[in-house]
Design a protein around this ligand. Structure first.
Ligand code: NDP
Length: 292
């Protein structure tokens, strides 16, 4: 599809996450129909009334339906106890009709996500965030890969961004995004040479300017400026910050698109890909469980 890439005003290829997510939805729908339309169930668990979390979960449910999956939703009040949340998740773990489980994080203050996630077996852990899934990723064993960094990889594959022998910088070291992103970029077969930057990194501008690929996952509004970017580099923006000017990413899009070779829009880049990968992981979960 190289000739049909949409480009920014400055000529960078637009890494269109909405478009790729939509392609994934169609592929999944066809695949599930070809399997005889089995019920492949993604269960989401939402605790409390956090507005962004409600929106994310609703979007996941909607896209799951469009992809021909059978979503199920469990909602618990802000006042739910640790035991109540763990019991609700355990019920989904024990239910053979549920294939993928996603607990929307963060949980309300006072609840510990670790024992909740620990209940989810690797096959049903479609978010890829439990310690067993992370261990599998590190060890190169089969399992689910966290959806946001996986979405970044899929976008690069789809748009033909070369990784082998290239220098990549990941800004942010959380277990949700930055750390698994480093592992995925450095994997055999992907073969980037990866630097992990964080809030204590000195000379971030210099570090980023060496990179052919920048993945920004710090949650700092527009911190990656044109100065950080080597001409022609691919820049993938994971950050989401709520500012007075609305929701913005970690990348100063207007300035960076003029120097980058490829760039994700915000919104419409890595966010939709997170959902696309979640849906793909759910069908993979049903396969792992022998349900399809
Ligand atoms: P965390 O807050 O857990 O981690 C942020 C990381 O960024 C930390 O490692 C921190 O360093 C680093 N960091 C913070 N400030 C700077 C700075 N000025 N320079 C360099 N590094 C810095 O966030 P998450 O990883 O959970 O999320 C990152 C962002 O991605 C958030 O905005 C979040 O909303 C968004 N997000 C987007 C998703 C999507 O689908 N697009 C999905 C998930 C998250 P240190 O470790 O030193 O503190």
């Amino acid at each position: 599809m190289s000739d049909e890439h949409e480009r920014t005003a400055g000529g960078a290829i637009l890494l269109d996450g909405n478009r790729l997510r939509d392609e994934i939805v169609v592929q999944l729908r066809d695949e599930i129909a070809a399997l005889g339309s089995p019920k492949v169930c993604l269960a989401t668990v939402l605790v409390g009334g956090d507005k962004p979390s409600q929106i994310y979960v609703r979007m996941k449910q909607r896209k799951a339906e469009e992809a021909g999956l059978a979503p199920r939703h469990v909602e618990l009040p802000e006042t739910a106890t640790q035991a109540e949340v763990e019991t609700a998740v355990q019920a989904l773990v024990d239910d053979p009709d549920v294939h993928g489980i996603l607990v929307q994080l963060p949980l309300p203050d006072g609840l510990d996500p670790e024992p909740v996630l620990a209940r989810i077996p690797p096959a049903k852990d479609v978010d890829g965030l439990t310690e067993r899934s992370m261990g599998r990723l590190v060890r190169g064993l089969p399992g689910h890969v966290p959806c946001t960094p996986l979405g970044v990889m899929r976008l690069m594959e789809r748009y033909g961004i070369e990784t082998a022998g290239k220098r990549a910088v990941v800004v942010g070291r959380s277990t949700l995004v930055g750390l698994p992103q480093v592992l995925l970029l450095g994997r055999k077969g992907v073969d980037a040479t990866v630097t992990l930057a964080h809030s204590r990194t000195s000379d971030l501008v210099e570090v980023c300017r060496e990179a052919d690929i920048i993945v920004a996952a710090a949650g700092q509004a527009r911190m990656i400026t044109a100065d950080h970017v080597k001409p022609g580099a691919a820049v993938l923006d994971v950050g989401v910050s709520r500012t007075e000017a609305g929701i913005v990413g970690d990348v100063d899009f207007d300035a960076v698109q003029a120097v980058a070779g490829a760039i994700t829009p915000m919104p419409g880049g890595t966010g939709p890909m997170t959902i696309g990968c979640l849906l793909q992981n759910t069908l993979a979960a049903a396969r792992m469980l022998g349900a399809v």
